[in-house]
Write a new protein. Structure first.
Length: 549
């Protein structure tokens, strides 16, 4: 029998013929009380433990502005040494040290951020290519191991993408469109450099930043790496009669800033935003690549010889929005990438990047004909690369030898992209089939925190872009049959009783529940296996489904 197994919230064979390029207007203004607490359990074999931090500072750009005030540090116990300095990129660094630490070390940074993103028409007349780059910007044209802008393959691709461009904005938007459409977000890439992503089309936020910067620098466009924090508070964009809800995971993130002579440094998130970032971003550290922007959250230590003395580390982030004003509207454009790209209006000469259309599924097969087909070949598709049981509490990479001697652990960019789906809303996800099949199982990635009740999945038809009539319902699963694990893992819902036969086309899966289960459903940034606008949710009081990304 043909076997359909869905392995994640984003598990689809993708056949999207629509551009997902949106013109935004409006803004966001928020006052945020931000706190990061770090706890270190030192090993008895450690001689000296060092912690480094970069102090977030105020920043202005044509679109995103960050005003930092009331910065406070707390340490317990007090460090034996403290050094403050400004590095060559302008980052304000604090380095703390404890000699032969015996007890738990707890540090915190608290601050108030007034963050404002204003999206209105931008005008830029910078030609492409341009010269006379200021001396303090030239470093961001350089090459590095993670941003190999001098690699022949990178240079050739960058020149091909920007051929005929007359303005810097035109060149940048062509590069960004290519990166967005040719990259797939993965949690734990094998490498973080641009060449790995260029060859494989995979990566996390670091890879997106490095590849975009490499392509831009290869054709003379200065680009620098930014490290910071994204906050999980969602916000809505009005799309006519419907709304789009945007939300990022709370944790470390990497993005870029691009230099325009007539605008200055302007932020971009190569995963989905152009000429701005949301005010849910806390900007912390800048550099030529992520190898250089490593001071914030760096742990180093010296230890006794022949002893494994890796300290234990925890990091938690809290952000209270004491004021939050969001007024954003969007207009969908008919050109650009197939994946989400949001941009303000731009007054500049540029060529609209044509949509690369992929073939749509064949017409639906009638029910009677479906029954006559032979379903004899097992078939499985979806996000098969999801790493099982990932520990999202592990906020640091593995211990490694430090260049300056001793050992170190650097921050990682592993973020928990998941939705609490058993509260007041029902969530649904679209998928697209390219062939008829008989459904036996549908699996999604879950993490059970506790509670009681039952879970099940509903297989639904697509009706004009929203979940429609029910095709089949899985067996109900008592929550106590789902084992508690430290991370996320696949859980299969059984459709063997009904064995629905479905034609190629668009369908939805929706998670149903009763009782009081406490369950998260994992998703990946960018919907790498399905239409990017393919998540819907509604409460029991709603009559229409809302969009989420």
């Amino acid at each position: 029998m043909k076997k359909l197994i869905f392995l994640c919230l984003v598990l689809f064979i993708f056949a999207n013929a629509n551009a997902e390029n949106y013109l935004l207007n409006g803004g966001q203004e928020s006052q945020i009380n931000y706190s990061m607490v770090q706890t270190v359990e030192p090993n008895p074999a450690i001689h000296t433990l060092y912690l480094s931090y970069v102090i977030p500072v105020s920043y202005k750009s044509p679109t995103y502005n960050q005003t930092i005030s009331n910065v406070r540090f707390n340490y317990s116990p007090q460090p034996d040494g403290k050094e403050e300095y400004t590095d060559k990129r302008g980052n304000k660094v604090i380095k703390l040290s404890w000699k032969q630490p015996k007890s738990t070390i707890k540090t915190s940074i608290d601050l108030t951020a007034y963050n404002k993103t204003l999206l209105q028409k931008l005008e830029t007349k910078t030609p492409f290519p341009f010269s006379n780059v200021p001396d303090n910007v030239k470093a961001y044209l350089g090459t590095s191991k993670q941003v190999p802008s001098n690699d022949p393959a990178i240079i050739a691709k960058a020149k091909s993408l920007t051929a005929g461009a007359k303005t810097e904005f035109d060149a940048v938007q062509r590069i960004l469109t290519w990166v967005i459409d040719n990259m797939k977000y993965v949690l734990t890439p094998k490498e973080y450099g641009a060449m790995y992503s260029f060859k494989t089309g995979k990566g996390n936020c670091q890879n997106y930043s490095h590849l975009s910067s490499a392509l831009m620098r290869a054709v003379g466009i200065p680009s620098r790496i930014v490290n910071g924090i994204t906050l999980k508070k969602p916000y809505n964009i009005n799309l006519g009669k419907r709304k789009l809800t945007l939300k990022m995971a709370e944790g470390r993130h990497s993005w870029i800033e691009v230099y325009f002579p007539d605008l200055g440094w302007v932020p971009f998130d190569p995963q989905q935003t152009q000429l701005f970032v949301s005010n849910r971003f806390i900007r912390v550290e800048i550099g030529v690549d992520n190898e250089e922007t490593n001071q914030d959250g760096l742990i180093r230590w010296t230890q006794k010889k022949g002893v494994l003395a890796t300290p234990q580390f925890e990091e938690s982030i809290e952000a209270a929005f004491t004021a939050d004003n969001v007024r954003l509207t969007a207009e969908k454009l008919e050109y650009g990438p197939r994946k989400f790209l949001f941009t303000p209006a731009v007054q500049a000469s540029f060529k609209e990047v044509p949509l690369v259309v992929k073939p749509a599924p064949k017409k639906e097969i009638p029910k009677e004909q479906l029954k006559k087909l032979s379903y004899s070949k097992p078939y499985m598709f979806g996000n098969l690369e999801f790493p099982k049981n990932v520990d999202f509490l592990a906020k640091r990479g593995p211990a490694q030898q430090a260049k300056s001697g001793g050992f170190e652990m650097r921050k990682n960019f592993l973020v928990e992209t998941a939705e609490y789906v058993t509260e007041q809303s029902q969530y649904a996800q679209i998928f697209v089939l390219d062939k008829p099949m008989e459904v036996r199982k549908i699996g999604i990635v879950l993490h059970k925190f506790g509670g009681t009740g039952f879970l099940w999945l509903e297989l639904l038809k697509d009706e004009n872009g929203v979940p429609g009539a029910t095709v089949a319902t899985s067996e109900m699963v008592p929550l106590d049959q789902i084992k508690f694990k430290p991370g996320y893992d696949w859980f299969d819902f059984n459709f063997s009783n009904e064995k629905p036969k479905i034609s190629q086309g668009r369908y939805w899966i929706a998670l149903g529940f009763t009782g009081r289960p406490i369950v998260n459903w994992f998703y990946s940034y960018g919907k790498p296996f399905g239409p990017v606008d393919g998540t819907r949710y509604k409460t029991i009081l709603d009559t229409e489904w809302s969009f989420e990304s």
